[in-house]
Design a protein around this ligand. Structure first.
Ligand code: DAH
Length: 350
């Protein structure tokens, strides 16, 4: 037994100091001290020794057990030091902290802003909590007029004003038209680009209750439809690229006369109405997507902003930012709501 003990000590010392990680060290400890371990077994066999040998061999076995344990402890410290050395390797490349970026709608807004600023428009913003007067009446949409039903609205539960009516969450950026005329004290020219949050109680694949619009308003002497058409063509070329197409469809809005819907060919199916897999395009259904309205400013709206319609004319347009951005080439999003679900896996792609 004495020889066995010496052999065990020599082998353990050699093995322990060759082990390079904590896992293997633990496994080796179990080989020696586990319930079937080599050293455990020696202590079991100890009972069978003649009692004359017990004191000497017992002492030796204990010493060897303690020595082996101290080798384990020593090696644990050495392995920690080795690991530490690796962690402190100053030549290793550093970890990059995660870097955020603007939301894609913010990118779209700054791009739209700069496109219009380049041709002399001024970016403005007007209240999101608005009076009915600016949102409807001043735009030639009197109370109880059926056109007002088309624009579903969130009403604010506050006392209403005699002059301005009830408070609403602005359902469109057109609310800024008469506010802009007031800002410039009714002195033309006006070249406004109003980009803001709008609110309507809708929630489906192409609507979120909060969305963004950008509204253009130009008022000056001699403004006519060619200026409207030219401005929209300019924007379409700059924002979507030279290949994207727009079309004008006669329409009706209370605040413009004549009025048009501006359409652009769909970026998801590229105007075919059918996806590559043969399915009907979920986003557009027909190949064309409605960007929003436009038209020549109604004389009553100019009058509400104290501008003389005999001297001045104007055009206006109001398009959805999200809608417009999605139609941009390469954007294949079939459900608009994902924009505001804060899923980082979606957002970090842009
Ligand atoms: N305000 C309209 C809407 O939200 C869009 C619109 C149509 C704006 C025609 C305009 C316009 O400026 O001329 O549905």
């Amino acid at each position: 037994m004495e020889r066995r003990l010496k052999e065990i000590l020599a082998a353990a010392e050699k093995n322990i100091f060759n082990i390079a990680d904590h896992n293997s060290l633990n496994n080796y400890w179990l080989e020696l001290f586990g319930s079937n371990g080599i050293i455990t077994k020696i202590f079991k066999d100890f009972k069978t020794l003649p009692s004359s040998q017990k004191p000497e061999i017992g002492k030796m076995a204990n010493e060897i057990k303690n020595k082996v344990n101290s080798f384990f402890n020593l090696r644990k410290i050495e392995i920690n030091k080795l690991k530490l050395k690796q962690v402190l390797d100053v030549t290793m490349p550093g970890f990059r902290p995660p870097q955020g970026h603007l939301h894609l709608v913010s990118y779209a807004i700054s791009e739209i802003t700069s496109i219009f600023e380049n041709i002399g428009f001024t970016r403005v913003r007007y209240p999101e909590v608005e009076w009915e007067w600016y949102a409807f009446e001043s735009l030639n949409m009197p109370k109880n007029h059926p056109a007002r039903d088309d624009i579903e609205t969130f009403f604010i539960d506050t006392p209403s004003s005699k002059k301005y009516g009830r408070m609403v969450l602005s359902p469109h950026t057109s609310s800024g038209q008469v506010r802009e005329m007031e800002r410039v004290k009714s002195i033309a020219p006006i070249r406004m680009i109003n980009i803001a949050k709008c609110y309507r109680p809708n929630w489906d694949i192409s609507h979120t209750p909060m969305f963004h619009q950008f509204e253009g308003l130009v008022v000056d002497s001699g403004i006519n439809i060619t200026h409207l058409k030219g401005t929209m063509d300019y924007f379409a070329r700059k924002f979507f690229g030279p290949q994207r197409k727009t079309r004008l469809r006669p329409f009706h809005f209370r605040f413009t006369e004549p009025s048009f819907e501006v359409d652009i060919n769909c970026g998801l199916c590229l105007g075919k109405g059918v996806l590559d897999n043969g399915e009907k395009c979920r986003l557009c259904k027909s190949g064309w997507l409605e960007l929003g309205g436009s038209g020549m400013v109604h004389p009553k709206v100019l009058l509400n902003g104290h501008i003389d319609p005999q001297k001045y004319t104007g055009f206006a347009f109001g398009w959805g930012v999200e809608r417009t951005y999605l139609m941009k080439e390469g954007m294949k999003i079939s459900d608009l709501r994902i924009l505001y679900q804060n899923d980082i896996r979606f957002l970090e792609q842009f």
